[in-house]
Ligand binder design. Structure first.
Ligand code: MCA
Ligand code: AMP
Length: 484
């Protein structure tokens, strides 16, 4: 018998459950209701056809139960999900849809204004109109474990973002590994506040809880007050360090502590957790956050233990079962195993596989017990701001179009809130006057996601260069830091 998607096989088990799967601002949705809605989305997308046969379907949806119903609906119909985010300007959203060759787009009412920008030969459908359609069967056609399920766009050191191809088996294996390692049961409630167009929010958080049969309370976006209020009902919280920083700055410590102490698990990832911030959480919640290392292309590969006393501040832990790692001579971390992705969409030449090992671009060292400490990245052009991976080169390319700028160089300056604070140094074109900060931000905002826009713009007479004329970014970072 042909192998069957482990993800859809798990849906078949959950379809009978009347336990709560999702809580959002509109109420509660049980597993059976959610899967029924997903089958309706699938029925509407299929429109009588047996399968979408790997067609890409872009989602631009409010973060609530219908997001997950749409996601599962596309998979049931045999499609591949391409999650988009409203943080991007319309032209960028259209670029993602074009690159993914998505000919269907699902939109929620909140983003109606973007329908025309996304149309261009694509069918744009309102998701609420599909939720009551005649439901498709749970597996209208057999999906195989290696069939693509998801394209997640991620920035790299070359040009535009690339779509990381994740299969049904990748997602199911990863969720099962994490569910087991982090002790998920049906009795858990995950407090979810992360964006769903990245693996942390979608695969590491939502799918782990959902496929374990647990409930997820979804907030539409991060809000310190709502997190403080919702923690008391949750058992698990997952966040990036910037979110812990925001909570430390904004939340009422006594109320936050009351909720945080009821959690059985709080995790941190996507960027390095500063030890003082982890210790602040320990003083408030009782345990140091469980820090782990992940990547869009490999999922969570390394994790500190669930048992709090085994967690080591400043280290990201040991490989999860089935994950293998090695450190190359120069310290670069390589990963392999069944959660590792299938390559970059339409760019096989750019996928950094070496003999089946994925090169992460992270530098790492291992202690005698095998626990890993991250030491930085191999490229200065990859930045992490608030947990988002940013390409300095991509931001430079967008700003280079500005008529008054002769040269631009983008770097990350160490910052307590964002990790890397994105700063753009520029040289004004001869004969032009220096544009002001606000106009530069507006120019960048029209071309980049809100979180890619540099926080600061600094006019310089010249950029530090090596004898070959290449900008020396570590030197530029020193220069910019010396200014403040
Ligand atoms: C928002 N802004 C940012 C960022 N987020 N600027 C730089 N970096 C950011 N990350 C901008 C907004 O556009 C706004 O700009 C201003 O900051 C204030 O916005 P605010 O509403 O206060 O911020 P926020 O919306 O609360 O966002 C902060 C956040 C968010 C919640 C930390 O950045 C976030 O959700 N980050 C998570 C990213 C993530 O999930 N990464 C996972 C990648 P303006 O004032 O101009 O309007 S996957 C991964 O890394 C792997 C798999 C792994 O290991 O997890
Ligand atoms: P992304 O491409 O957005 O999935 O980001 C993956 C990158 O996030 C990794 O290559 C690391 O550089 C970084 N990262 C993830 N978790 C951690 C962590 N716990 N500490 C430091 N960096 C991390």
């Amino acid at each position: 018998m042909a192998a069957r998607s482990p993800l859809l096989a798990r849906l078949a088990e959950l379809a009978a459950s009347t336990r709560v799967a999702l809580l959002d601002d509109r109420g509660t949705t049980t597993h059976d209701q959610l899967i029924r809605r997903a089958r309706s989305v699938a029925g509407a997308l299929l429109n009588g056809a047996p399968s979408l046969d790997g067609r890409r379907v872009a989602l631009l949806l409010t973060q609530d139960a219908d997001w997950l119903a749409a996601f599962l609906g596309v998979l049931i119909a045999g499609g591949v999900v391409v999650p988009l985010a409203p943080a991007y300007p319309a032209a960028e959203l259209a670029w993602f849809a074009a690159d993914a060759e998505a000919d269907l787009v699902l939109l929620s009412a909140e983003y109606d204004a973007l329908a025309l920008d996304l149309a261009h030969g694509r069918r744009v459908l309102r998701v609420d109109a599909l939720l009551c359609a005649a439901p498709a069967p749970l597996e209208p056609t057999l999906r195989a474990p290696d069939d693509l399920a998801l394209l997640l766009y991620t920035s790299g050191t070359t040009g535009r973002p690339k779509g990381a191809m994740l299969t049904h088996a990748n997602l199911a294996t990863h969720a099962r590994l994490l569910g087991t390692a982090w002790g998920f049961t049906e009795r858990d409630q995950l407090l979810h506040t992360l964006p769903l167009h990245h693996l942390h929010g979608l695969g590491i958080s939502l799918l782990t809880a959902y496929l374990a049969g647990a409930a997820t309370r979804m907030l539409p976006r991060f809000d310190p007050e709502r997190v403080t209020r919702s923690l008391a009902h949750a058992t698990v919280f997952m966040a990036v360090p910037t979110i812990y920083r925001r909570l430390a700055d904004a939340a009422d410590p006594a109320r936050l502590a009351a909720g945080a102490r009821t959690l059985r698990l709080a995790t941190s990832g996507s960027a390095a957790l500063p030890i003082p911030l982890g210790e602040w959480w320990r003083s408030l919640a009782g345990d140091y956050p469980l820090e782990r290392f992940g990547m869009t292309e490999v999922g969570v590969a390394l994790s500190n233990p669930l048992e709090p006393s085994g967690r080591q501040p400043g280290r990201v832990g040991t490989p999860l079962p089935t994950v293998e790692i090695r450190c190359a001579d120069d310290g670069e971390l390589y990963v392999r195993g069944p959660s590792v992705f299938a390559g970059y969409w339409r760019r096989p030449d750019t996928t950094p596989f070496e003999d089946g090992w994925f090169r992460t671009g992270d530098l790492a060292e291992t202690d005698a017990a095998g626990s890993v400490r991250l030491l930085g990245r191999t490229s200065v052009d990859i930045l992490k701001s608030g947990g988002y991976k940013l390409s300095a080169l991509e931001i430079e390319a967008a700003l280079a179009e500005h008529p008054a700028l002769a040269e631009v160089a983008v770097v990350g300056l160490p910052d307590a809130t964002w990790g890397d604070l994105v700063v753009c140094a520029f040289i004004v074109r001869a004969g032009s006057s220096a544009p002001d900060h606000d106009s530069l931000r507006a120019f960048a905002r029209a071309r980049l996601a809100a979180y890619q826009v540099p926080r600061e713009f600094v006019a310089l007479a010249e950029l530090p260069r090596n004898p070959l004329g290449k900008v020396v970014k570590p030197r530029l970072v020193e220069l910019l830091r010396a200014r403040t």
